[in-house]
Write a protein that binds this ligand. Sequence first.
Ligand SMILES: [Zn+2]
Length: 288
Amino acid sequence: MIDAQWREKLENNQGWWERLEQRNGSASARVTRNTGEIRLYAFTCGWMTADLKMMLGRAHGKIRFPVPCYLIDHPKGRVLFDTGLHPDCQHDPETRLGGIAKHFHVHYRRGEEVAARLMQLGIEAKDIDFVINSHLHFDHTGGNLLVPNARIVIQRREWEAGKMPELIHANAYDKRDYDLGHLVMQVEGSFDLFGDGTIVTIPTFGHTPGHQSLKIKLGTGDVILAADACYLRQSLEELHLPKLVFDRAQMLDSMLLLRRLQAAGARIFYGHDPEFWKQVPQAPLMIR
Ligand SMILES: [Zn+2]
């Protein structure tokens, strides 16, 4: 027996694509809706400081690193890749992050959350159609609550891991970040969101059980948003893994895949590289 809440979700689900099509085609669609080519924007939704060995297993010292999110504005829909930190981290990260708070110093101010970043582009968070979550960690899903109408696109094995107590514990997930009642599209492996090859998930397991990166086909070539499959440029150059990894062999395989894509001409956008990030144009500038 399906309860009323789930029945509503299912009914909502059935009409969802149709409504998206109608909205895109209707006269009431926002005048700013993209009818041309795909646009990619980067947002910085705060910074954090942590031990460098969290990113490079044998290194010493600290690193201050960005928390990126991306908007992909496609004629068929608006898509976020990750959503950054929960807004509560702006004033009380210790309470929000609990046991892992001691590992991170959070630099995150009002106006840096993903909804505010979108508003700076004139886009309301409620108008986001999809959130592609690379994985379930707090600095990638913390803003999911701000994007209530989006459908979440995530690897099936990551979503499943997020429901298992042992794996929640092992991966330091927090269900409050992602268990919010969104419609969820669980995908397996490579998934072409709009069927035109412009936005394609790339499974890069290892950092977590079902981590995924994202390939964006721009007019200038392919961009790979690596997320935590590769924190830093140095990680890829040296195949240098972090201290904490869910599956080291898988993560190494994923890094080798990123290297092959890079060798084939793709630009890799590292997950948390402060030096690399200096070169990335920030919204409202477009990444070209
Ligand atoms: Zn992570």
